[in-house]
Design a binder for this molecule. Sequence first.
Ligand code: NAD
Length: 351
Amino acid sequence: MFDMPDYDGHESVHWFHDAATGYRGLVAIHDTTLGPACGGTRMWAYAGADAALTDALRLSRGMSYKNAMADLPLGGGKAVILGDARTQKSPALMRAHGRAVESLAGRYVTAMDVGMSEADMETISTVTRHVAGFAQKGRTGGDPSPMTAWGVFCGIRAAAKAGLGTDDLKGVRVAVQGVGNVGFDTARHLKAAGAILTVADVNEANLRRAAETLGAAVMATDAIHAAEADIFAPCALGAILNDATIPQIRARVVAGAANNQLAVPAVHGAMLAGRGILYAPDYVINGGGIIRVCGQIYDWSDEAIRARTERIGATLAEIFAAAKAEGRPTHEVADAIARGRIAAARRQKAA
Ligand code: NAD
């Protein structure tokens, strides 16, 4: 593991097996300087243990950065369960995973990710307290999507200010790719602020909902990135910013909710900057969801969660200003600030 390209000084990696259920999983803890490691559990039919480990190493580091940029008292971690969520999942297997999380005694708190449902999280919560990000009796919070969308909206305003010279979204044309949980809510906030919307979605019902309730124009899913718009908001898939799409983007700003938007960050972040397109780093602008999850862990009020989410705009403004001053792509600047925050906290702890 120490020689793998995605190993980044991770504090620990824990492998688990339960003979009775066939459960095989692992938890990667990247860094706990800022607080207990927090990140979702992903259940996926990995090609093998190496592929699962690579994913967990990469995603747990991403959570350290995301939590640091959201200014949360949380470190970065990620759990993966090896298996097909459609055919291999059972309550007993979920409990085995919960016991694995519990054995880490709070150094890792799990939330939801690909392949997991609210019902699974509830099952996990019967054997461990170290779980968050879904509706739990007696605790604030639940579905993080509405807070994610509010943060994305605040982030789009900050990006408009830096990239278009105004944070008044009246008459600003926004192309939204994917109007599911987060995309639709973001589009709703944009509409309320006077933006002119164009949307695309592979799901007919979601597309109709956005067109009918928000008066949005509709475009083909393979053309929305090239829409005649001021802002492109990817709210569906990862890797949407790539060799093929970037040359076709007409918008001056890219700011949306989707995770891992840059196909190859070093290549495509620079390509966007080279074209003069302002990119809001995805893990910063979509931090509202993890802020909501953190609020549940620490029992913060809704007002405190909302106020922290609204600070995403200021964080992005700081990133845009530094990127401009230093002539660097925004994603690089965000990574550097995140690493700097963790390093500063480590020095303070050591002092
Ligand atoms: P979702 O499944 O509710 O919505 C995604 C939407 O995108 C769906 O309507 C789907 O039909 C559509 N879609 C899929 N493929 C498409 C394509 N090729 N073209 C256009 N539309 C397509 O998911 P969500 O919770 O709204 O999350 C959206 C994105 O935001 C994801 O990348 C997710 O990882 C990220 N994100 C979500 C949260 C959260 O709180 N839910 C937090 C952080 C990041």
